[in-house]
Design a protein around this ligand. Sequence first.
Ligand code: NAD
Length: 302
Amino acid sequence: MSKINTIAFIGLGNMGGPMAANLVNGGFAVTAFDLSDEVLTQARAQGCKTVSSIGEAVQGKDAVVTMLPAGKHVRSVYIGANGVFANAKTGALFCDCSTIDVQSARDVAGEAQKLGFSMVDSPVSGGVAAASAGTLAFMVGGPDAAFEAAQSVLEPMAKAIYHAGDSGAGQAAKICNNMLLGITMIGTAEAFVLAKKLGLDSQRFFDISANASGQNWSMTSYCPEPGPVPASPANNGYKPGFSAAMMLKDLRLAQDAAQSSGTATPLGAEAQALYAMFDSLGGGGTDFSGIIEMLNGNMGKV
Ligand code: NAD
């Protein structure tokens, strides 16, 4: 594939806005489209050209990057009558960075390939801060050639780019990772709540467990208990970070995938139920580590 110079960026919300800005800073000519005028105004201030339709955005561009809420949005943006497929130039590369269900990712990529386009699913790990800093981790699904072509587009936004496998494998990696993250966060929170009830000082428990077999990322990099990890949202009123609503979305995607593949994931199911409860109690907008306050019986504080 020839060198990529021009990019259409569709979906410039909390994540897409800063990602598009990093593509501009990386030397690409970026044309932006979103349904929201507000985010387009911001995109202009960050050096993007803005247009008023998907067609105008993608016509003649070497690549298209999308960062949309869910599978149904991705399907309509790509497959819709006035969508990406109907307007993109032959051979263009598509990178869908949204977190969506595996089946939608496979369906859209399959359709793209039939029409002679290259496509990867390339969901990200890391929240708005990583999107702004250009330090997202991309989990990429798609054929080798599409993965190779996507590298130059993803690099200005990335600290790491992994090739997970064929189409849909990026989404599979993302939801399996986040299912594990949700489970370890709840487990870590439970351990701190119980330790405190047993009269154990939280910092001392951290010092022991962080160096023992209970050690995990949710504890040592993102501790839900205020104190031990200064940069964690627990020390900032559980301001996200990565919101509990986003975690719930990913846990639901994991449960859908478990159901459709006939896989038993009892802890994943329980994590989904607990985050749904946290959300219904008003915790959805707080960081996902704030679930410790529900386990503390202390929802008033989050
Ligand atoms: P967001 O709601 O802030 O942004 C989505 C944007 O898509 C909005 O600006 C919306 O107007 C636009 N949009 C929706 N339908 C459209 C259409 N048909 N045409 C054009 N634009 C359209 O969401 P976000 O937080 O930026 O998340 C985007 C994706 O990234 C989601 O799939 C999410 O799961 C994933 N993600 C988010 C985070 C996070 O911390 N926010 C972290 C990792 C992954």
